[in-house]
Design a protein around this ligand. Sequence first.
Ligand SMILES: NC(=O)c1ccc[n+]([C@@H]2O[C@H](COP(=O)([O-])OP(=O)(O)OC[C@H]3O[C@@H](n4cnc5c(N)ncnc54)[C@H](OP(=O)(O)O)[C@@H]3O)[C@@H](O)[C@H]2O)c1
Length: 334
Amino acid sequence: MSQTIRWGILGTGKIAKAFAAALADMPGAELAAVASRSADSAASFGAAFGIARCHASYQALADDPEVDVIYIGTPHPMHHENAMMCLHGGKAVLVEKSFTMNRAQAEEIVALARQKKLFAMEAMWSRFMPAIVEARRIVQSGEIGVPAHVSADFGFFADTGPEHRLLNPELGGGALLDLGIYPLSLAAYFLGPVKAVQAQAQMGPTGVDVQTVFSLQHEDGGISACSCSLRARTPTELTISGSLGFVRLHDRFHNTEEISVTLVNGASRTERTIRLPRTGNGYAHEALEVGRCIRAGLIESPVMPHAETLALMGVLDTIRGQIGLRYSADQRAA
Ligand SMILES: NC(=O)c1ccc[n+]([C@@H]2O[C@H](COP(=O)([O-])OP(=O)(O)OC[C@H]3O[C@@H](n4cnc5c(N)ncnc54)[C@H](OP(=O)(O)O)[C@@H]3O)[C@@H](O)[C@H]2O)c1
């Protein structure tokens, strides 16, 4: 494997553009190829980002011998099929969140990656954000005591029609899979594996959840209160609390550049704020981890390991069972 990681981009939508922009001036990475369902779209994406190899089908990208790893930026219901195709083509994959529609699909991707000894990771970029890495270091240092409580909300007003992927069930619409994965994944990042979950949701006219709240019991005894909304611009903050104080990830917590640490001792209270800028738009950090792992011969990242992706997809399945949210992918899995 060459030292330079040759990236392919699968899909030419909003997030694919943001990810390509992040790779454009990243050391050790080459934007080698792009694929779209349409030749025009692939060509204009290629022109915008200086990509030489522009494919008019996803299969052509999966088969491209000049590519090491493929970033999958399609709507969630396509992730499973796209990732399986890329792995069968001998490519490592970085798959956008939500990783798949359900745990059964995620298990198939992980099994194929392991069988083929190819790297695969859920693109949970928040875990690689410098400010969030520092927050975790502080929590693990014991400065706020034993961490026991997380609260997190992620909400914005989705000013879109019912056909948009955020609300369209055929495109995996709903607050939970699009936004709820962030509070869930970071609650587990700070407090460890989830033992039990309890959820409530408000369903919208298209049959998907427009707001969901869920509480988590963690195996180590902590508890989390999480919410996501497509109806309200919530503060979008995450707080980890322990016996001595709390660490706050400021708005919007999932890609924050600012955290604060508050220590409370009786009537006295001290607070410090830490600014840790992300590089560019923030997507370079997860891409650097992919490069690091591939060069080291790893097939998973220790920061976002397969087992955790599978476990969290299982938690999402449980929440969906509780709120009555089913997708066509669930029928295929049943
Ligand atoms: N990490 C983050 O910060 C972040 C932010 C936003 C979104 N995301 C995730 O990224 C994924 C894509 O979101 P997005 O906002 O970029 O979506 P988008 O703008 O709609 O783009 C999705 C792309 O997927 C391809 N696609 C394949 N099958 C499709 C279908 N049946 N309908 C529509 N598009 C299809 C299309 O590319 P071609 O036409 O070129 O084939 C399309 O441009 C989602 O899973 C989302 O959760 C992550």
